[in-house]
Design a protein around this ligand. Structure first.
Ligand code: G1P
Ligand code: ZN
Length: 542
């Protein structure tokens, strides 16, 4: 039976870079989830009788949220739900299901790489029929609706069993509980040369894939070990846990330091990789080397034609603005389009849909292609494997060959986390105010060429997104970017992105932080980081 329940609005349900992210106790407030879900449904048109995919990364509160959404979807008139067994489905796999099954859209329950648990993070994100995150037009409509909501609709049938693959019916709505891995694994088999990778493993090549107790566990186990014949033990930490074993499921050099230490030791496998909470990020390591995500984007783009899914070449490469310009050099050499978008995967959707870009990437360990409309961690790992198998080179050899050809964009990101929100905003507004006075000023040997506040003009729908980060360009191609995170759940996070281009063959193998030391100091000075935040050093360096 459908119930219409009166409710009062919460004023803080504005989706950020990637959906609504809050601490679990905030989501547990009375009707908090219900309000947001009803606001999503109220902002959509034409979904009656249509299908919705629901998947989550398995974190704490995932099953509870799914049960609420199931009952609300039935009450609001959806015709069918497709849900991953145990409520689990990686973000790229949800995107694939939406596309493959031509559903109306999907809801992803995740806070990505943020920790999980009763006091940790949770998130809800709506994806549209192309499989990608809802564009700002929709997220803003959801937010507007959430501020005026006064009732929601819900069925009162008992909780469904998420643990069994089955086709059932509740409240006049069909529900399919499916194996979340199968369709995704089939897509990967279409894109990559599984025979070549199988041979590589047979020849003794060894890798470690660390799922960090998050959603890619079952995917890594099935694809790498069962389908590609990698030895048992290749997939590590492959059981998804609601609290990710107490760790941050963030595949970076801080939270996956054990992998970095492994490849720097004499026990290094040939290749090591990890993915995050919901499976859309990646970490790529080889014996004795870490590949920055910006470099990985460039290297994957330069070699993608070696994989069957990309043998016709690429249409274009898109990167988020703070991502290094390494991929621009590849696009220039290939004579294809190169695009610079604001931070957040949603901005790639139009370029992918319009066939203007084939591969996209962000410095924050996100890489993907037109096969889905989300970034895809395992996809990046498999493309690397495909390239290594075909070229017969090590990860380091692929990187060194790349730098020799294109030069190297030394790159780092410094994050100042949980800064007082006022202080962070003041830093940004003071920086903005002095933009016009920066050109011509020198910091050490680096002279500012221009500085601006990045605004994106979408070449497909001509929408404009302003205030997407402060850019300071130096003569010779170096760059510093400042922006505030849009995914944090505590205070504000200031991100500082620093890049220097180096073409001198004798200077291609420097330590990144040392190669960037002058620019790092310049960034501190230009923005007055210490004065504003009281911090001597960043909380995280990647
Ligand atoms: C961060 C990353 C961004 C990524 C997003 C979602 O957003 O910087 O590249 O798309 O997470 O995974 P931010 O916190 O910087 O707004
Ligand atoms: Zn993620």
């Amino acid at each position: 039976m459908i119930k219409t329940v009166p409710t009062t609005p919460y004023m803080d349900q504005r989706p950020g870079t990637s959906g609504l992210r809050k601490k679990v106790p905030e989501f547990q407030q009375p009707n908090y989830v219900q309000n947001f879900i009803q606001s999503i449904f109220d902002s959509l048109e034409g979904y009656k009788g249509k299908t919705l995919v629901i998947g989550g990364d398995g974190r704490y509160f995932n099953p509870e949220a799914i049960q609420i959404i199931v009952k609300m979807a039935a009450a609001n008139g959806f015709g069918k739900l497709i849900i991953g067994k145990d409520g689990i489905c990686s973000t790229p796999a949800v995107s694939n299901l939406i596309r493959k099954k031509k559903t109306f859209g999907g809801i992803i329950l995740s806070a990505s790489h943020n920790p999980g648990g009763p006091k940790e993070d949770f998130g809800i994100k709506y994806n549209i029929g192309n499989g990608g995150p809802a564009p700002e037009k929709i997220t803003e409509a959801i937010f507007a609706r959430s501020k005026g909501i006064d009732r929601y609709r819900i069925e009162d049938f008992p909780d469904i069993d998420l643990g069994k693959i089955a086709a059932i019916e509740r409240g006049g709505m069909a529900i399919e509980i499916i194996d979340p891995v199968k369709d995704y694994a089939e897509l990967m088999e279409e894109l990559f040369d599984f025979d070549a990778i199988r041979k590589l493993f047979k020849s003794g090549f060894r890798m470690v894939f660390d799922s960090m107790h998050a959603v890619t566990g079952p995917y890594g186990k099935e694809i790498l070990e069962n389908r590609l014949g990698a030895p048992e033990g290749t997939a590590r930490n492959f059981r998804p846990l609601p609290d990710f074993g107490g760790h941050h499921p963030d595949p970076n050099l801080v939270h996956a330091k054990h992998l970095y230490d492994l490849v720097m030791s004499d026990k290094s496998p040939d290749f090591a990789a990890a993915s995050d909470g919901d499976g859309d990020r990646n970490l790529i390591l080889g014996r004795g080397i870490f590949i920055t995500p910006s470099d990985s984007l460039a290297m994957l783009s330069a070699n993608a034609h070696l994989a069957p899914g990309y043998k016709g070449g690429l249409k274009g490469i898109a990167r988020s603005m703070p991502t290094s310009a390494a991929s621009d050099r590849v696009a220039a050499k290939l004579g294809i389009g190169s695009y610079e978008t604001p931070t957040g995967w949603k901005f790639f959707g139009n370029l992918l849909d319009a066939g203007m870009a084939t591969i996209c990437g962000e410095e924050s360990a996100g890489t993907g292609s037109n096969h889905v409309r989300e970034k895809d961690g395992l996809w990046a790992v498999l493309l690397w494997l495909n390239i290594l198998a075909v070229r017969g080179l090590s990860v380091r050899e692929v990187a060194e060959d790349h730098w020799k050809t294109y030069g190297r964009n030394y790159y780092t990101r410094h994050d100042y986390e949980a800064v007082k929100s006022d202080a962070a905003h003041k830093l940004m507004s003071e920086l903005t105010a002095k933009l016009s006075s920066l050109p011509g000023q020198s910091f050490g040997k680096d002279k500012v060429e221009k500085a601006d506040d990045f605004a994106y003009h979408d070449p497909v729908d001509h929408s404009v997104s302003e205030h997407q980060g402060i850019r300071i360009f130096f003569e010779g191609g170096s760059r510093i970017v400042f922006r505030l995170s849009g995914t944090g759940t505590e205070g504000a996070t200031i991100r500082v992105y620093i890049e220097r281009y180096e073409a001198d063959p004798a200077r291609l193998d420097l330590d990144t932080q040392k190669a960037l030391a002058d620019l790092i100091a310049a960034a501190g000075k230009i923005a007055g980081i210490k004065a504003h935040t009281g911090r001597d050093r960043p909380s995280v360096i990647t």
